[in-house]
Design a protein around this ligand. Sequence first.
Ligand SMILES: Nc1nc2c(ncn2[C@@H]2O[C@H](COP(=O)(O)OP(=O)(O)O)[C@@H](O)[C@H]2O)c(=O)[nH]1
Ligand SMILES: [Mg+2]
Length: 228
Amino acid sequence: MPAEQFTVVIPVHNEAAFLTTALARLADQLADLEFRLILVENGSTDGTLKIARDLQAAYPWLEVANLEKADYGSAMREGFSMVDSEWAVAFDIDYFSRAFVEELLHHGPNSDIVIASKRDPRTDDHRSLLRQIGTRAFNLLLRALFKSRVTDTHGMKAIRRKVLQDVMPDVVSREDLFDTELILRAERAGYRITEVPAVVENLRPARSSYLARVPRTLVGLFKMRQIL
Ligand SMILES: Nc1nc2c(ncn2[C@@H]2O[C@H](COP(=O)(O)OP(=O)(O)O)[C@@H](O)[C@H]2O)c(=O)[nH]1
Ligand SMILES: [Mg+2]
């Protein structure tokens, strides 16, 4: 796969403190590749959007999109809809790696989706025990509720544009369940999903309360169960 055939999409919300460092790190890791990067900001109150736009002077491959209301899922949808290359690569601003791009270069030709799974036996997960248990519990729920064989729907992933065009219009879940519904729909549609290992290490401390998400996630999953 020629390297220029991928577009990185990173949603950002109130990342003013970290954005500049993170982009320098990403630029360094991907320096020899040709790619496009779309930052999709929404709802920030800390000047993230201005910092993102200012960084465009330093990085010719950087594009910035912006929507009004804070919502991870609608940011991803917006970014994905701007992709015009063969592959879309979804990263978080605090979780990305060159190694994942290498996995994509390797497995991409025989896959429609490549996912870095935190549940892969080869994965080196440095997150807190609470987060690791959360990932495991979420995965068990996906198996039970949707008969899914995918072991992780959050985190780094690459998706062919044709899959996005086919599946994304049907996705109704918002916020962090957007990714999950997208992957489940793609799995149902029979697309080839390859899971790869990763070193899981957030580049900055988590900001949101993990436990606070649990009720919202459960409600979202049961709603999704009604339609899938
Ligand atoms: N555009 C946008 N990005 C978001 C929103 N919430 C989180 N993000 C981004 O999504 C990524 C993951 O967020 P993070 O806080 O690290 O979540 P966690 O590691 O899953 O707990 C980061 O790049 C965030 O800036 C949101 O409401 N809108
Ligand atoms: Mg994070």
